[in-house]
Design a protein around this ligand. Structure first.
Ligand SMILES: [Zn+2]
Length: 298
């Protein structure tokens, strides 16, 4: 299993090799949420994030390996730069992998164990407040068909949109970076979600990129009707940029997803961030030459 300590160790290695690393903010339990930057600082940016759902920690390893691949093949990424945030929910991942004993506040431990109905957190998705971070964003918040309104291991929307430190950190960081595109990794289902009430011209634009991701990964496109309040939904509706949720991992396997299947996930997804960013930058430059604004946010 790939855990938070492994991530911090890998970060140190990136740093030693002169790769920019940092943090986007802190989690509920004051653990830092790291990022790795690879590429050029020329304004053409992308954000790739993983493990916003605790039990999907295999996606943190995926984001880390994607960053490594680009450091090793730095010549490939010449049109822009990518911020990788491998583990948006470090508290949840630790809870999942270690149980609640690492938490010093014993009231918090009791609260989490009662929400979880026991001490085995291996299927936990939420953060340390029992809020599901991927329904906590300000994008039709609270209107999802599976939303719940009290603390739970999954689907609890929180007290209000962006009530959680992790959500706040990711939205603030995104607004500061101003990415052209974002990619969110989840597990599982081998599906690509790309729609969130885009106007017709942006629907056409974003579907083309979703199709391109589908060709590279072999995953099918899906319609996330009824699902709201996610990071992808927020990026599409607030920033009007193309934004994708990619569910890696085959439904033939259960949760937590077996790491023995990681090679297949990596093979299908390793080069997706670079290819996606490069084609978007090329399209953006073409549009700008024709005097058309990239976001087309009419
Ligand atoms: Zn997920």
């Amino acid at each position: 299993m790939f855990g938070y300590k492994d991530l911090l160790h890998e970060l140190e290695m990136f740093n030693r090799h002169g790769v920019e690393v940092g943090s986007i903010g802190e989690s509920t339990l004051s653990q830092r949420i790291p990022y790795i930057f690879v590429g050029n600082k020329n304004g053409n940016y992308m954000i790739v994030q993983g493990a916003i759902h605790a039990r999907e920690h295999i996606t943190a390893l995926l984001c880390l390996c994607q960053a490594k691949y680009l450091v090793k093949n730095s010549g490939l990424l010449n049109l822009g730069g990518i911020y990788f945030i491998p583990m948006v929910n470090p508290d949840g991942v630790r809870l999942c992998q270690e149980g609640a004993d690492f938490i010093e506040d014993k009231d918090k431990v009791r609260f989490l164990q009662s929400v979880n109905n026991g001490t085995d957190f291996s299927l936990w998705k939420a953060n340390a407040n029992a809020v599901d971070l991927n329904v906590n964003f300000d994008a039709e918040w609270g209107k999802g068909i599976t939303n719940v309104f009290e603390p739970a291991s999954e689907n609890y929307v929180g007290k209000c949109p962006e009530s959680e430190r992790e959500t706040q950190a990711l939205t603030r960081f995104t607004l500061a970076v101003k990415p052209l595109v974002t990619l969110s990794y989840h597990c599982k289902g081998e599906l690509i979600y790309w729609k969130f009430r885009q106007a017709a011209h942006r629907l056409w634009r974003d579907k083309r990129y979703a199709d391109a991701i589908s060709r590279v990964t072999g995953y099918n496109l899906a319609d996330s009707r009824g699902s709201v309040g996610g990071y992808k939904d927020w990026c599409v509706s607030m920033l009007k940029i193309p934004s994708f949720t990619v569910e890696v991992g085959n439904d033939a396997f259960g949760h937590p997803y077996p790491y023995t299947q990681f090679e297949d996930i990596l093979k299908r997804n390793e080069d997706v961030p670079r290819r996606l960013l490069n084609s978007i930058v090329k399209d953006k430059e073409k549009l700008e030459k024709a005097g058309i604004n990239w976001t087309l946010s009419i």
